[in-house]
Design a binder for this molecule. Sequence first.
Ligand code: ATP
Length: 514
Amino acid sequence: PDIPSLLAHWATERADDEVVRFDGRTWTWRELQERVHRLAGALRAAGVGPGDRIAVLDLNHPSCLELTLACAQIGAANAVVNFRLAPPEIVYVINDAEAKLLFVGPEFAAAAESLREKVPTVERLVRIGGADDEYEALLAAHDPDPEVHPVAPDDCFVQLYTSGTTGFPKGAMLTHRGMLAHAANVLAEVPMEAGAVVQVAMPLFHVGGTSYSFVAMTAGARMVIMRIPDPAGVLDMFVAERITHTFLVPALMAALAAVPDAADRDYSSLKILSYGASPIPLPVLRACVALFPGTLQQVYGMTEACGVVTTLGPADHENPDVAHRLVSAGTPIPGVEIEIRDPATGDRVPTGEPGEVWVRTEQLMAGYWRKPDATAAAITDDGWLRSGDGGHVDADGYVYVTDRIKDMIISGGENIYPAEIERVLAEHPDVGDVAVIGVPDDRWGEVGKAVVVAAPGATVDEESLLAYCREHLASFKCPKSVDVVAELPRNPTGKVLKKDLRAPYWEGRERQTV
Ligand code: ATP
């Protein structure tokens, strides 16, 4: 029922089994528990108590999970900072969390030092790794403290920030109940059998890193943590560690498929390669189906629900009779309800009709930290999360996620879904990457613009791309112009930052959204 019990369970049942591998070192469950107990002692001695926050700013390292587990034990919470944020955003998150201690990796130590006076709640900075490993020194200086603060199931033990594609990041308070329900629901859909070896490649500040680790821990599996996922390194690890399960984002999948000798390795250990967190272009998906046949599982989800809410399993990736499902996010996992609602009225819409994806499950966060208004706007009184995503559910119960509702283009009163146009353009041989945004138009309010990165060696011709759209799309959906750029702005999980892409076109004007 709570995270400390999970650790205690496996530390008894599988005391000498490996739970973590990292950078050539390994920890057994017994060792992990002992380290967490020492940390609990150290945190208590530093004055961290129930309801307090600490923060971690580091690339992936087991210490982040240890700190999360230690916080769970003492009733505090680890606020994990997105290390790819710009310095002012990092300051924003640390201050938002009111972190008492800040744990930093070697790459961030100097920057953190220079931010010190801007984060007044931080009483102490602790360096992880490097020559003077203050983190290890802290562990060595404290005896194990096994006392568990009596936690309630809805207490927060880890605070992960939404990626901020729609505004400043918000601290989603993930709870003991939510995280354990998430793990149980994900494992009920696809179990991780005894002997599973789970690659943790995505950053721990994201549910794709932290929640995924808790799925592995719930299954009692062994995790191999990557400090930072370079594409060839991910593939090498599949082979060297005989990885059975992993979770990657589409941007990384595209990079894997582009590794020159990707097809020459032995991936026979892989059972489930999960991917999600943003839409995946079909050409990338097809390349990955060919590379990793029988293993692909798409997941759709969000931080607010601890991660996964729907999955599309391997069978649906390779069955030509249901090829249309390749663009779907699959069906809800056990324990998750999904409905499509009219975002304006909250009424259910008929099967197949577009609306907003609403989610109800035990997995939901307790709320956004110190943001009651944003919490009330996101979660209804009867427990439904408004995802902000547009989508529909077909007659077979498959969920199709189209776009963030705020990115939908409203042109002359018609709703245009950029994802549909992006999917068409991604199939054009000259297009390497593409995002479609709404730009202001005096006649129609806004019209679509395709922002395109040329495929390697290709040149993009505006007229022929627009003609291609007219061939494949209803005329009202066709973008009216094309811009060519070297690269699209993306966040760390690979989402295109459409707000940034739109900004120059909307300077001085107000954009209407639903
Ligand atoms: P913010 O709320 O601050 O804008 P964010 O919503 O990007 O941040 P996350 O919780 O990381 O923060 O992302 C969840 C969103 O990611 C979903 O609501 C959806 O828009 C998108 N997403 C997740 N999985 C998929 C998927 N399989 N296909 C398409 N989109 C997805």
